[in-house]
Ligand binder design. Structure first.
Ligand code: ADP
Ligand code: IPE
Length: 249
């Protein structure tokens, strides 16, 4: 089973609220269709410009307060909206994508999953569905409510369901030694626990960006690819195990 993260930076233009990169999602779904049903997939998508701006506006990372309970619902609703757009693209290509809202099956603490009910996901996979999860709001033991990143969900699922491979789709070619926008930034081909990079925290990001992604990848029990999901053919290469982007072995 392969878990693919449709990063918010790929499916949306993060600078523009509620933007959806329809053509890129269509391209990615086409590539997945080449391998279905021989390979099993779980898709986890990010919040992009649907989740992050609302999570920020309603200060959801500070927890459930007196004033943000409606904001929690609105943030979840925005994620359902984005999820619907993505699921629709799979259905149009005849792929049985089935949404699983993470806020219904996970409890978190300090931003990580401490309790989850994933039997349904397993049984969906056994029946050839493609479960689609997403970064979401979630019940938090410490703060009442918090944001659960898609990247944390992947760590949990990769460990519990013994994923063969995880593929992170991003809007840059992989992990660089520093912010890829900086002059002289070099793409790193392989990463391990000793990796030290520099990054820039984006102002609209509530879940820790590339730093969180790398920290999570290092906890995963399988090969992890970081690739540019906006370039045609990259996802195919990663699924086949060919050289592309950055790999954590
Ligand atoms: P996503 O939204 O796809 O889940 P993030 O926005 O969290 O991904 O992380 C990808 C972004 O991180 C890229 O747009 C890139 O500009 C930025 N970034 C900052 N530092 C680095 C780095 N050292 N290597 C790769 N990307 C980096
Ligand atoms: C964030 O999920 C979810 C919300 C803000 C509601 P992610 O952390 O997985 O999102 P991206 O990939 O950075 O957009």
């Amino acid at each position: 089973m392969i878990i693919v993260k449709f990063g918010g930076s790929v499916i949306c233009n993060k600078e523009e609220p509620f933007s959806f990169n329809e053509k890129i999602v269509e391209m990615l779904v086409d590539e997945i269709a080449q391998f279905y049903p021989e390979k099993k997939f779980i898709i986890v998508h990010g919040g992009g410009s649907f989740g992050h701006p609302l999570a920020k506006k309603y200060e959801i990372r500070k927890g459930l307060g007196e004033k943000n309970i409606i904001g929690v619902c609105e943030t979840h609703q925005a994620m359902l909206e984005l999820n619907k757009k993505i699921v629709q693209k799979f259905l149009e290509k005849n792929l049985p994508a089935f949404p699983i809202p993470p806020s219904s099956i996970f409890i978190i603490e300090k931003g990580s999953i401490v309790d989850g009910w994933i039997k349904g996901i397993e049984e969906m996979l056994n029946r050839s569905f493609i479960p689609i999860l997403f970064g979401d709001v979630a019940i938090a033991k410490d703060k009442g409510i918090d944001i659960l990143s898609g990247d944390q969900i992947i760590t949990y699922l990769a460990n519990k369901l013994n994923a063969d491979k995880v593929i992170f789709l991003m809007d840059v070619d992989g992990i660089y030694d520093r912010n890829p926008k900086e002059k002289g930034a070099k793409l790193i081909e392989k990463i391990d626990g000793k990796i030290k990079i520099q990054w820039e925290k984006k102002k609209f990001d509530v879940t820790g960006g590339i730093k969180n992604k790398i920290e999570e990848a290092l906890k995963m029990p399988c090969k992890v690819y970081f690739i540019n999901g906006t370039k045609k053919g990259n996802l195919t290469k990663a699924i086949k195990g060919e050289k592309v982007g950055t790999v954590k072995i």
